[in-house]
Design a protein around this ligand. Structure first.
Ligand code: ARG
Length: 473
């Protein structure tokens, strides 16, 4: 007979029992369920609903269960439906009839969402430390390869040179926002639903605040109907988790390109690569690809959760049991992805020469050259036109970079301009070496000298700030 079986004549059909059971999934909540029960027992004692002896017995029983669950010594009984029924039954087997008092003033509806909030709180802490680890790997690599230059791209076409460290620190920024989103979600999720009962509020004078404090919650939910049906925190965390996966997916995408021999910018360590069953030559960055691939499932979990709640009337509906499988899986996926990407990044080898050569291809210093003309009084639009002409000419002559153009090319371009300031410049002493230096990779990097720009001293400052934040050095 089920714990809820009093009014039933027949036992459950096995198809119904199999269909509604959740123990395979919610066993994950066992330790949180026990923590919630211990706090509840203390609350019942404070309210005079248990004698000191009864509450001690229950608490001792629950502490024993906690040990056995943590040690993997508990076998779940599928006939008992879910983790709550399993634990209550196990407790009663151990402590006797007083076990029947545990569920006083509590429903599985406020119980399960208490468990899930506790579980999510732990998950958020775990993910935060995974994010910090990955940030550290990125910052270490940025530090190690501080002056490597990457061909910055837009439209996947050569654009402007950037420091590799600057590129890596962009991902540190993303991860910092991810941490912020999790911390923000945690503030709202960290309230106790215990005492909401099934939906209307417990029928006993429970001190909900005291029980909440016992569980490390910052407060209590304000409305019992909302308390048992609210899964906003799952949606919020899944949204933050999805976005973090999107960031890792983008990083994974870049690593797959960078490690392609055509690029040859980085080598993924053997330990983070896989081979082919047929092609002996193959070395593939599979972890990066799988991070990208598994992002799909995590985004699916977010869409699924929103869809799950969108049509639910108040208060608890059994649909809500479906909040867990994809949520748990998404958290595990992000945690594992952070960890594998951290290892992959930490063991990347950088080929600075290949990067540097590529950074010069495609006349990437053209903007810096135009800016140099502007600094000498040429309107930007005229400067853009002059440098565009130089690029066109270099391309036609098969000259690979602006800095390699002959002196006459610079002078002729200035002299042929519609702009009077440009024409004056054509005859200025020392103008060509000055422009050639502006058109070098170093000149281009140095000119992006604003907060958040890729000028080396700006990147060094950003790196130092990131290190200080992460407690490195
Ligand atoms: N296994 C259920 C869940 O995860 C627990 C709550 C069930 N409550 C109920 N009244 N059937 O949502």
């Amino acid at each position: 007979m089920r714990l809820w079986g009093g009014r039933f004549g027949d036992g459950p059909d096995s198809r119904m029992a199999d269909f509604t059971r959740s123990i395979e999934v919610d066993a994950e909540l066992a330790l949180d369920d026990i923590a919630g029960s211990i706090a509840h027992v203390r609350g019942l004692a404070r309210a005079g609903l248990l004698t000191a002896e009864e509450s001690e017995t229950l608490e001792r029983g629950l502490a024993g269960l906690r040990e056995d669950v943590a040690g993997g010594a508990v076998a779940w009984d599928p006939a008992l439906e879910d983790v709550h029924m399993n634990l209550e039954t196990l407790l009663t087997e151990r402590v006797g009839a007083v076990g029947g008092k545990l569920h006083t003033g509590r429903s599985r509806n406020d119980q399960v969402v208490t468990d899930l909030r506790l579980w999510t709180r732990r998950a958020v802490t775990m993910l935060d430390s995974g994010m910090v680890d990955l940030e550290r790997s990125l910052v270490d690599l940025a530090d190690r390869e501080g002056d490597a230059v990457l061909p910055g791209a837009t439209h996947i076409q050569p654009a402007q040179p950037v420091l590799f460290a600057h590129h890596l620190l962009a991902y540190v920024e993303m991860l910092e926002r991810d941490r912020g989103r999790l911390a923000d979600a945690r503030r709202r999720l960290n309230v106790s639903p215990l005492g909401a009962g099934a939906l209307a509020g417990a029928g006993y004078p429970l001190d909900r605040e005291a029980t909440a404090a016992e569980l490390g919650f910052d407060g209590v939910t304000a409305n019992s109907l909302d308390a048992v049906s609210d899964r906003d925190f799952v949606v919020e965390v899944l949204a933050a988790v999805s976005l973090a996966m999107v960031h890792l997916s983008r990083l994974g995408e870049e690593v797959t390109w960078w490690s392609n021999p055509r690029f040859g910018f980085v080598r993924v360590a053997d330990a983070f690569s896989t081979g082919s069953s047929m092609m002996p030559n193959k070395k593939n960055p599979d972890p990066a690809e799988l991070v990208r691939g598994r992002t799909a499932g995590v985004i699916g979990a977010l869409a699924g959760m929103l869809t799950l709640v969108k049509g639910l009337p108040l208060a608890y509906q059994r649909d809500l049991q479906e909040d867990k499988p994809a949520f748990f899986a998404a958290i595990r996926t992000l945690d594992a992805s952070l960890s594998v990407m951290s290892g992959l990044v930490a063991t990347l080898t950088v080929n600075r020469e290949r990067m540097r050569t590529a950074a010069e291809e495609g006349y990437t210093t053209a903007t810096a050259l135009a800016d140099a003309l502007v600094r000498r009084g040429v309107p930007f639009r005229a400067a853009h036109h002059i440098v565009g002409g130089l690029v066109g000419g270099a391309e036609a002559e098969g000259i690979g970079s602006l800095a390699a153009l002959p002196d006459e090319a610079f002078r002729a371009a200035l002299d042929g301009s519609d702009d009077a300031a440009a024409r004056r410049l054509a005859h200025e002493r020392g103008i060509v070496p000055a422009l050639r230096s502006a058109a070098s990779v170093e000149g281009s990097l140095a000119s992006a000298d604003v907060v958040g720009g890729t000028a080396p001293h700006r990147v060094a400052a950003a790196l130092a700030a990131a290190k200080a934040r992460l407690g490195l050095e």
